[in-house]
Write a protein that binds this ligand. Structure first.
Ligand code: HEC
Length: 154
């Protein structure tokens, strides 16, 4: 399965940092975890800072339950976009975005997702071209839902 996909991936497009960041900025097309704007304490071995809010685009939401707390399908559909907003304090200023975008056919996807992190102004901190090399092992920790971690903590 993986081998079959990788030959297709060679021809796939590269999702650039700028394109991906732009997709994270249309707030109206996202729904927050639990349909709540509250900031949540970071959980588990999260490397991403003290408080978080996680939002999902409508592709991702289509595979979740009505209360937006869980994945209700087996996998997220392609083009699902998950954005984590990281805050130093509850309700405090935004420190960074961590992003997962499910495009298995992208040349720079890793385990089906394109992975990146940005400062609030869009400056890449962790570029998408790295294929999530530093993200995937953590996100594969047991209890993950299609590599998404947040559901097992909140
Ligand atoms: C040390 C382990 C670890 C590493 C490394 C890591 N993450 Fe995470 N990540 C987590 C945990 C745990 C959560 C959920 C809990 C939380 O953040 O409070 C999470 C949450 C997220 C979320 C929200 C969706 C979800 O899976 O819950 C995104 C998006 C995300 N991380 C992106 C990244 C990216 C991009 C990288 C690599 C640059 C990365 N992460 C590296 C542990 C990790």
């Amino acid at each position: 399965m993986l081998a079959a996909c990788s030959s297709k991936k060679e021809e796939g497009v590269v999702i650039s940092d700028a394109t991906l960041f732009e997709l994270t900025q249309t707030l109206s097309s996202f729904t927050y975890l639990k349909r709540s704007l509250d900031t949540l304490p970071a959980a588990g071995n999260s490397p991403h800072g003290g408080f978080v809010r996680v939002r999902f685009n409508q592709k991702a939401i289509s595979a979740m339950n009505d209360s937006a707390t869980r994945l209700s399908k087996t996998f997220f559909p392609d083009e699902s976009l998950v954005v984590k907003e990281v805050y130093g304090t509850s309700g405090g200023p935004l420190l960074e975005y961590s992003v997962m975008y499910k495009i298995p056919g992208a040349a720079n996807s890793g385990s089906g997702w394109v992975w990146a992190e940005y400062l609030p102004d869009g400056t890449p901190e962790y570029p998408a071209i790295k294929k999530g090399d530093d993200c995937i092992s953590c996100h594969s920790a047991s209890g993950n839902y299609d590599l998404v971690q947040i559901f097992r903590f909140h």
